[in-house]
Design a protein around this ligand. Structure first.
Ligand SMILES: Cc1cc2nc3c(=O)[nH]c(=O)nc-3n(C[C@H](O)[C@H](O)[C@H](O)COP(=O)(O)O)c2cc1C
Length: 393
């Protein structure tokens, strides 16, 4: 079997074979019954295409601009806390994104320091939650700025849902001897994953180095999570305050409703991502692709509208662009690629999406991804969900 894979589904199969079951299941994630997780994927399958058969040019332009950056394809890396997937973690993802001409979204819960990630891809967006006190938030943004990040993503949607019907993996606080003995059988069943870490000379350390206090050690993932849980959620004034702390492009991630999208505009955001956190958050939130058209209609002329959730093929990217997104962000798709084949696996995923988008644009009879319009897709009756339209400020 060659290392190259032709679909994201194949990358996922390889990730499942390669990763210890608890790591695989932490990436699969989802919450509660998985209604949102399922809808994120199924909704794309309900949309069809309306192709022209002549009249396009021989080459297609897939480039666009997002948050002041020109990117070679309208697909960004969405921030994920990639603990224990691969020893090179977010650095490998950042390199792959740079090699394919796109932006790297770095989670504040990531396993690699922001400085190493911006060295691998200077076009990094630092993701933050509303977490800790204001001084801590400002300090983290200052560190991201000093490291050279070109923008910020503030993720607003999170409910601390902690159950899922298919079971949550047990994740140790840290990999001490006791935890290693407990997880040894899983690791031994996945010798290639173990060998990757053995070669790197390091065990997954399950810490969040970007959340360290000045001069202090990186907190464990769980200590950081606890700090977040103790922080009362922000008001819209708090969001506007946070935005004012970053002198540059700023995205609000996790928007589903038109009224929230309008508030994001008022708060001074550069961009929003219509997102339900990949179905990991409030279960029952509709797939972002269903909520996108109303949001794009309402604010698309004032702010850059992106989408994340459920993107697994280039055709999905085309559908999102046709329904009003400027670009999309991917989460699990690149995590599967990273698990399957490190940096090359992430590049492979971006190539799969690029190839699929290119052939969709060709098949639709267009010459550029930015020319995609609602008329290019078949939207079945009752598909869209216009949330919060009447309550819009
Ligand atoms: C394992 C995992 C960890 C995630 N961690 C974060 C995070 O730290 N910050 C964040 O804003 N979103 C996080 N997300 C959500 C992703 O950024 C993105 O919204 C989601 O994965 C998109 O759905 P998709 O996986 O179907 O592409 C995470 C998602 C997964 C699967």
């Amino acid at each position: 079997m060659g290392a190259w894979f032709e679909t994201v589904a194949e990358a996922q199969r390889r990730a499942k074979k390669r990763l210890p079951p608890s790591v695989y299941s932490a990436l699969l994630a989802g919450s509660e019954k998985g209604l949102s997780y399922d809808d994120n994927l199924a909704a794309f399958g309900l949309l069809g295409f309306a192709p022209h058969v002549a009249g396009s040019s021989g080459t297609r332009d897939l480039s666009t601009t997002v948050m002041g950056q020109t990117i070679d394809l309208p697909v960004l890396i969405s921030p994920t806390g990639v603990q224990a997937v691969h020893p090179d973690g977010e650095v490998a993802v950042a390199r792959a994104a740079a090699a394919r001409g796109t932006l790297m979204g770095l989670s504040s819960f990531a396993s690699k320091p922001v400085e190493e990630v911006t060295a691998a891809n200077p076009r990094t967006l630092y993701q933050t939650y509303w977490m800790g006190d204001r001084d801590a938030m400002v300090r983290r943004l200052e560190r991201a700025r000093a490291a050279g990040c070109v923008g910020v993503i503030a993720t607003l949607d999170w409910s601390f849902a902690n159950g899922r019907d298919w079971g949550s993996p047990t994740i140790p606080e840290k990999l001490d001897l006791k935890a290693m003995l407990r997880f040894a059988p899983e690791g031994l069943r996945r010798p290639r994953w173990l060998a990757d870490f053995a070669r790197s000379g390091k065990l997954p350390d399950l810490t969040a180095p970007n959340l360290a206090a000045p001069g202090g050690p990186a907190p464990t993932f769980f200590a950081a999570y606890y700090e977040w849980m103790q922080t009362p959620p922000p008001s819209w004034d708090d969001v506007a305050w946070l935005r004012a702390q970053w002198d540059g492009p700023f995205m609000l991630k996790g928007i589903s409703r038109v009224d929230d999208a309008k508030r994001a505009v008022q708060a001074g955001a550069t961009a929003i991502s219509v997102s339900n956190h990949g179905g990991n958050n409030l279960d029952g939130t509709p797939a972002p692709i269903r909520a996108l058209p109303a949001v794009a209609d309402a604010v698309g002329h004032e702010i850059e509208v992106l989408l994340d959730g459920g993107i697994r093929r280039g055709g999905d990217v085309a559908k999102a662009l046709a329904l009003g997104a400027r670009a999309v962000m991917i989460g699990r798709a690149y995590l599967w690629g990273l698990a399957a084949n490190g940096q090359a696996g992430v590049e492979n995923v971006l190539d799969v999406l690029r190839g699929g988008l290119d052939s969709t644009v060709l098949g639709l009879g267009l010459s550029a991804a930015r020319d995609l319009r609602p008329d290019d897709v078949l939207v079945p009756p009752g598909f869209t969900r216009a949330l919060g339209v009447d309550a819009a400020p």
